[in-house]
Design a protein around this ligand. Structure first.
Ligand SMILES: NC(=O)c1ccc[n+]([C@@H]2O[C@H](COP(=O)([O-])OP(=O)(O)OC[C@H]3O[C@@H](n4cnc5c(N)ncnc54)[C@H](OP(=O)(O)O)[C@@H]3O)[C@@H](O)[C@H]2O)c1
Length: 316
């Protein structure tokens, strides 16, 4: 099968298109023909030798987000059949090999693809949507009426987090450059703050939960403590809780939590339901052919993507 592999960590040029052996599903696994693979910051961080690089072996096929069609089922699988359209973030943080024509993974890590979405849009969802959902619902337990600040609201995780927080009944405050504000308000943001023009902590009142998708850049994580109510929570998504964040949080009586997304087909089924109900939509800024994975990484690393980047995997 065709796949994008890397033999060593480095810049986008280490991603090479070639042919590798097609994986075989073990009992309880499915073989899925990948139609589209989502691209995430963890992909380019890992490619560069950071992110999840320490958990991978070379040569490596990157990619954790897939949308596709079940081609074969292994012994014992009773809930999926060949021809079913599915989407998933399988195996994370072990390698999933999404930048390829086929993946195998345990059948129960896959959920039915939202019927109203094509594979490109569906592949944009899993990792970003599970991050937003698990952080807001499972980690923070956001409830109606709470004030939730989402940093990097225009990005892959952020634009979904804005919609999920709104769906949960929260008042949503979003940081993004001004050109994103009208769109973010359409998605449900109640307040928008241009982080390039002013300090967010001077532009809004106290919040219950901060979904920090920026981290230590410009001290965003530590500064978030000053807008959080005592007893409130800062979820430190990119790099975990730094010593500086832990110190500031403890001094202010604020909680700070690290977070790492996990495979979760049940949440993907819930998210597919929200998409079907029209409560959530996913923004794909650009879809590129699988062969242009390096270009997708270059664009992603610019840190300016609105929504998501996706690779399309067409049969050859
Ligand atoms: N721990 C986990 O499980 C986990 C899971 C998913 C993601 N992450 C991490 O979370 C971060 C976000 O992921 P993502 O997929 O959403 O990234 P992304 O889509 O690449 O984010 C790009 C967006 O970030 C915004 N941005 C950049 N700097 C900003 C700042 N200082 N303040 C506000 N917005 C800023 C940009 O908005 P503007 O164009 O408005 O500037 C751009 O739209 C990454 O570091 C990623 O590695 C961690």
């Amino acid at each position: 099968m065709r796949a994008v592999t890397l033999d060593g960590f480095g810049g986008p040029e280490v991603l090479t298109v070639g042919r590798v052996e097609r994986p075989e599903p073990l009992p309880t696994e499915v073989l899925v023909r990948v139609h589209a693979a989502g691209v995430n910051p963890v992909d380019w961080k890992t490619r560069a030798g950071q992110g999840m690089a320490g958990l991978q072996k070379l040569p490596l096929i990157l990619g954790w987000d897939v949308s596709g069609v079940v081609e074969e089922v292994g012994f014992g699988v009773t809930t999926l059949a060949p021809g079913d359209e599915v989407y998933a973030m399988p195996w994370f943080p072990r390698p999933a090999g999404g930048y390829a024509e086929y993946v195998t993974a345990p059948s129960r890590q896959f959920a039915r693809k939202p019927a109203s979405l094509g594979h490109v849009e569906a592949a944009a969802l899993p990792l970003a949507a599970l991050t937003a959902w698990q952080a807001l619902v499972d980690t923070a337990g956001v409830t109606a009426g709470q004030r939730v600040l989402v940093h990097a609201a225009a990005g892959g995780v952020g634009h979904l987090a804005v919609q999920f927080a709104k769906h949960l009944g929260a008042e949503v405050i979003a940081t993004a450059r001004a050109s994103r504000h009208a769109w973010l308000r359409e998605l449900g943001a109640d307040e928008t703050i241009d982080y390039t023009a002013r300090r967010f902590e001077e532009a809004t009142g106290p919040v219950d939960v901060v979904l920090d998708l920026v981290g230590g850049t410009d001290g965003t994580d530590v500064r978030s403590v000053s807008v959080t109510r005592p007893g409130g929570l800062v979820v430190a998504v990119p790099g975990g809780v730094s010593d500086a964040l832990a110190g500031a949080a403890s001094a202010a009586g604020v909680r700070a939590s690290a977070f790492l997304v996990e495979p979760d087909a049940a949440a993907l089924t819930t998210i597919a339901g929200l998409v079907a109900a029209g409560a959530v939509r996913v923004e794909v800024e650009r879809a590129l052919p699988l062969e242009q994975a390096a270009e997708a990484h270059r664009q992603g690393e610019s840190n300016r993507t609105r929504g998501k980047l996706v690779l399309e995997v067409t049969p050859h």
